[in-house]
Design a protein around this ligand. Structure first.
Ligand code: ZN
Length: 132
């Protein structure tokens, strides 16, 4: 599937390249002990600058999802699932990704998932597979 790749910067580089070592790296605040995403130089919860990327379990669940059947570009493979994934580490710690590896009609809300990385150029995209 053709993908538009993120522009890497000092804040997001760990998130997009952690997959090279098989790690999902999420920014964590040492002052309030909370994770946050997207990565930023200060904590959105307490405004501390004492933040750094930390490896999380890569496990989570599907909060919500949609199935795209529309081939927006000629080389786009459909159908595919766009999902909001909530990570296991913290309620509300979520981002948008794809659920891959199972038929799109098997995806459901609250389905347990785990991260799976797709390397494209210098980026390791965190996608999610069904967790057994
Ligand atoms: Zn904080």
């Amino acid at each position: 599937m053709p993908r538009k790749l993120p522009a890497l910067n000092a804040d997001n580089r760990a998130f997009w390249q952690g997959g090279e070592q098989g790690e999902l790296l999420i920014h964590h605040c040492a002052a309030c002990s909370r994770y946050f995403h997207p990565p930023a130089p200060l904590c959105p919860h307490c405004a501390s600058f004492d933040v750094a990327p930390e490896a999380v379990s890569g496990k989570g669940k599907v909060l919500s999802y949609t199935i795209n059947y529309q081939p927006w570009t000629p080389d786009l493979e459909v159908p595919y699932v766009v999902a909001i994934i909530e990570l296991a580490e913290q309620a509300g710690l979520q981002f948008v990704s794809n659920v891959v590896g199972i038929p799109v009609t098997d995806v459901h809300i609250d389905m347990p998932v785990r991260v799976s990385f797709l390397n494209v150029e210098d980026v390791w995209l965190p996608l999610f597979e069904k967790d057994q």
